[in-house]
Design a protein around this ligand. Sequence first.
Ligand SMILES: *[C@@H]1O[C@H](CO)[C@@H](O)[C@H](O)[C@H]1NC(C)=O
Ligand SMILES: *[C@@H]1O[C@H](CO)[C@@H](O)[C@H](O)[C@H]1NC(C)=O
Ligand SMILES: *[C@@H]1O[C@H](CO)[C@@H](O)[C@H](O)[C@H]1NC(C)=O
Ligand SMILES: *[C@@H]1O[C@H](CO)[C@@H](O)[C@H](O)[C@H]1NC(C)=O
Ligand SMILES: *[C@@H]1O[C@H](CO)[C@@H](O)[C@H](O)[C@H]1NC(C)=O
Ligand SMILES: *[C@@H]1O[C@H](CO)[C@@H](O)[C@H](O)[C@H]1NC(C)=O
Ligand SMILES: *[C@@H]1O[C@H](CO)[C@@H](O)[C@H](O)[C@H]1NC(C)=O
Length: 712
Amino acid sequence: MLAISLLPLLSLLSLGGLAHALPTTLQKRNNWPPEGSCVVDLQIEQCDDFKCEKEGYHRIDTFLTQREHADSWNYLFYKTEDAISERCITKIKVVDEGGSKPDGDGWDGINPTGGPQIYVQRDPAQQAKGKVVDLVVLRPGRWANSTEDFTREPINLGLGLDAGEVVFEDWREWDAVSSGWVWLEYTVGGSRDPITQVQVVACPTGSDATVCGSDLLGQGFKRRDTNLNGPTANGSHVFLFTSTQPIYEGDVSCVGGLKVVEEARKGQRGVIPVNLNEGTNGTALYLSVVRSSGKVPGSCLTSVIPLDTSRYFSQAHYTPVLLEDGSGTPANLNDGIPSANPIYLYTSTEEDFRAIHKKNTEIKDQLWFNSTGGFRIALYSDLHHSSYAPRCRDVPESIKDTCSDDFSFTFMGTTLDITQPDLVVIDGDLFAENGRASDGVTYPLLTDAAIAKAIHPILQRGLPFAVTWGNHDAEGSLLREDLQRTMDIQPGFVGSRGLNHLDGIGNDKLDIYADAINQPGSAKKHSLWFFDSRSYTYLAENGTASGNYGTVEQSQVDWYAANADSSVNALAFFHIPLGQISDKVGINTTAITGVHGEGVCPQGNGCDDKVNLETPYVPLFDAFLKDGDVRATFSGHDHANDYVIDAQGIKMTYDGSAGYTAYSAGDPNYNREMRVIDITGWGSTASSYKIIDDILQGTVHRNESEPIVTLY
Ligand SMILES: *[C@@H]1O[C@H](CO)[C@@H](O)[C@H](O)[C@H]1NC(C)=O
Ligand SMILES: *[C@@H]1O[C@H](CO)[C@@H](O)[C@H](O)[C@H]1NC(C)=O
Ligand SMILES: *[C@@H]1O[C@H](CO)[C@@H](O)[C@H](O)[C@H]1NC(C)=O
Ligand SMILES: *[C@@H]1O[C@H](CO)[C@@H](O)[C@H](O)[C@H]1NC(C)=O
Ligand SMILES: *[C@@H]1O[C@H](CO)[C@@H](O)[C@H](O)[C@H]1NC(C)=O
Ligand SMILES: *[C@@H]1O[C@H](CO)[C@@H](O)[C@H](O)[C@H]1NC(C)=O
Ligand SMILES: *[C@@H]1O[C@H](CO)[C@@H](O)[C@H](O)[C@H]1NC(C)=O
């Protein structure tokens, strides 16, 4: 298969001013509330081909229109600055072709070339409060609605049905290829506004769920994209809406809390008169809204999320909405409907987010070697969780009927307890839509609930963790940007989004210190790199999809090269392996240990051990050789491969898959597995081995048939 990777964006920002070896802009980007990064300009450019660049601007890799020929690619470019100034955009509006300028002062149009018009506003009052646009995304797909934090402009920037056959419409993050539907969305930095109103709307069975409650959207409400009746309840579509408002000195009341009450309370003050189980034979439940004056910090809700899962998860720093029966029980909104997933509501406040951010910053500064110079990483990959209760894949006949994603939790929990790691890494594909229950129901791809499952055993144990994103993670309801935002507010998460001029989301570097960072003499002893290998390499020469896997791009490699410090050893994590991991490439590779159970599906290629390393050329491996700090790499992606190979001195390592709902080699005796990485001697040596879930024996242990591999 021929594939051409997108040309890298130029490195536009200088990387100077390192604090703990992280560029300062990277640290700012991860602040809560997000601040310091502002979008100062947007431009739409018609490019000659899909590779075009615009100096000083970042390109969003989604076409605004899907055209047949490569000579008319329209891209949205944006330019950011670190400091908040009068140049910062505070609001964006999209107006249909031929429509008039938005009401109010100071709107500037950005695209004179036809099609829907984009206007931007720079309001000094908002700039003064730090409430500036800090992120712009294009969200492809006809069917989903925006998530919390993102403001969606409701004019389609795509061609709609005129786009002709819409390829990949179900694949949310086909970066470079838009469907006929593309929505501009943006986020605003600074504190979140308090929720001042909550509404519930029920639309009859058989009606179009995607437009349920649309009239509220025009009144400033946002819809949560989870049908509170779930997909299997066969009842009405029930959706939750919230609206927010800035609070000025004590004159606005906000929503201080929510409770779930039974039928008897219907009609009472504060109770929304819509049955959350409308149209089903489940228990009639109603949402009761508790008002607050908003004068005390933390007394207003700023976040309400419904999670449609197959079980209840405690969400650290999120308060579950309780049943108002005094029992303290989190309310299952699908009570009495056995065919539906339980749905739980969680709320949080701005104070909760601040607390999480403060704690995570502290944890990040506490990554140091233990008293004997050891640091242990527990590595999991390819969990492939989903929101519903899916069946397991490729498991022995004897457990086929009992196996569920519970098996993945148990394995993860057991191995975390055995290994007591200093850091947990999930190396991509936390989510995947496969492994559906065979009940003929089409499930919505509710990524946030799947992500909650993937990190649940880690949150339960209060461990620090980092993730890389895989090719499947953005195929559900969340884009990479949403995924990252969701992760940023999880207790213990020590990753970050990465610099905004880099390709991919979550490019990050963590340093491990000799001792507590503020101890005199404590020095950086080891580094961990995280790269986003993205999803797919979308475009062949003529702009058609190539179907090959994603790559780490030149911009990421430049960032790596500028920050690599060969005086310490480092490990690198990215979901899709580099082609050099194949034993058929023949550039001084020496197979060390493990199973090669399927073809290698590396960056920029399809699945074939005979990897094409030239087209596209992925510069990451050569950068590792040149800059010399990365001694071992870790990737998932090919679940049936779990070997380590020595490629010109770099140990290239497959993680193996830990997910029971992920495919495996198909061998009924195949066991799910995870990796332990022990960095020892204060970073001078490291080794790795696998722990397998021996389900037939009911034991969890190291695979004794393999030696512990010395990484360096
Ligand atoms: C949901 O999104 C679709 C487009 O993806 C849009 O047509 C519909 O109006 C939205 N509905 C709601 C209630 O947000
Ligand atoms: C909903 O419909 C599905 C398929 O039509 C059926 O299997 C299921 O039992 C129904 N659930 C309820 C609660 O009636
Ligand atoms: C609702 O209907 C389903 C299937 O028809 C049944 O299994 C369930 O027990 C019923 N629930 C109640 C609360 O009656
Ligand atoms: C330090 O870490 C290493 C590697 O994880 C471990 O083997 C050792 O027991 C730890 N030592 C102490 C004192 O915790
Ligand atoms: C586009 O390029 C691919 C790969 O070179 C080729 O297989 C395909 O036929 C081309 N399609 C068109 C429409 O030219
Ligand atoms: C392979 O190893 C040999 C011997 O160490 C060395 O001379 C040669 O340059 C290596 N080839 C490559 C492609 O690295
Ligand atoms: C254990 O390792 C051996 C040697 O690599 C391999 O053949 C075997 O499949 C592994 N066992 C499991 C259950 O993964």
